[in-house]
Design a protein around this ligand. Sequence first.
Ligand code: BES
Ligand code: MN
Ligand code: ZN
Length: 500
Amino acid sequence: MKCFIKDKILNIPNIESIIIGVFQSNKLSYFAKKIDVKSNGYISSLIRSEPQLSKPGNGVFLYKIPNINFKKVILVGCGDKDTITYETYIKIIHKSINILKTIVTPTIFFSLLDLNVKSYNLYWKIRIFIDIIYDSFYIFNKYKKSNKYFNLKKIYFTYISKKEKEIGKKAIKHSIAISIGKSYAKNLANCPPNICNPAYLVTCAKQLKHKYKNTINVSVLNATKIKNLGMNAYLSVGKGSKNKPYISIIKYKSINDVLNKKPIIFLGKGVTFDSGGISIKSSYAMDEMKYDMCGAAAVYGILLSVAQLNLPINIIGILAGSENMPDGNSFRPGDIIKTMSGKTVEIINTDAEGRLLLCDTLTYLEKYDPEIVIDVATLTGACITALGKNVSGFMTKDKLLSQELITASNQTNDKIWRLPMFDEYYEELKSNIADLRNVGSGTAGAITAACFLSHFSKKYRWAHLDIAGTAWTSGKEKSATGRPINLLIQFLLNRCKLSQ
Ligand code: BES
Ligand code: MN
Ligand code: ZN
């Protein structure tokens, strides 16, 4: 799918379809009016007889309207012209796409960028549209003899001023880079766990190096190196699995002048299958535990987007790969393990494995002297209980960093909510025989997990994102969502002062 923003759009030959809008009280959008005039009132007569069509969420497909070059027209209701909110705009886009999916068209002109959407300028109207259309047209059928495919190839927009053209181009560039990052992340995350194991994460990381030779480098820590570094907590998680653990380190170094030499590090939990280990999970929906590497997949997508955008900033992405399986060699509840930091951890539950991978990696990455570290992990079911499936949890003690993340979240509607890290939560992590236990002894599991991690991330500015609820949608139509890539690229764009 390619996107273009063009002048004199009606003179471009071979754009097969157009999306137009109608408002309450028989008002027409700019291009709806043009079509109406050319077709001797086809549209206005239609909406006079079907006034319901002007409601957001309604729409209709029209074919071969007399005197019109566009063979196919998608007409959607936009409601009251002067009170279009973000929610209305989303509704309009979703309806357009639902109709679009029922027809065959390689090219389409989305003519509704002139809608007056409250608090959203041209840049954001394009970002939102492209984000939704990429998400809606995503399919994962690598392992399916599927006849389902979409043939939409080109999407056109238009503009009125030169300034708008530049803004439009920037919005297209940003959103395409984000959408490509998201779809690569989704493909990786949707991959079954018999294919996508820790070694597979390494393969994918290395492919990035080939794709972006000038800016990306990849190095790998295998089990031997992990052991020699004293990362015993990391190692313990994979002990029961035949699939050995690997840490992939993806370094992006800008070819442009960098704003800041110290890298921003994204660390992703990459448990390619989480059975729970000896503290085995119940079998209900256990297939979805292949998604326990969604943090790593998101970090992989972020690095791809960053390289695509050539951001003037140094970034390191770390994929913390491992598989958590029950076996005679597995680590057990009761084990005491010495972490790379020197702190000992009493294992209470082998299903709290993510934090064991992350704690040692958080210590390891001190060597990069990072500006900021953000870890991204499907860490706790408790986070889903607290915030549901559309809001990621986040925890940090860094107020400024928190504000930056909230700003990026508000801009992209990639929702997050900050949970507190009060001192009393730390009490729950005390063990009578080791420095820490790996699970809290009470409630607030998402928070105690973050508190556990905070013991290992004291040497730099740090935030933790728990994406357990948001990384994938469950059930029969399960799929990875690509979250929180939009949020985190926005965070970087803001830091580079590149966004609107
Ligand atoms: N990967 C899971 C968390 C999870 C569960 C994410 C369900 C998404 C859906 C994590 O490794 C885990 O098992 N956490 C335990 C922690 C508990 C043992 C303290 C949990 O949340 O139950
Ligand atoms: Mn687990
Ligand atoms: Zn897990």
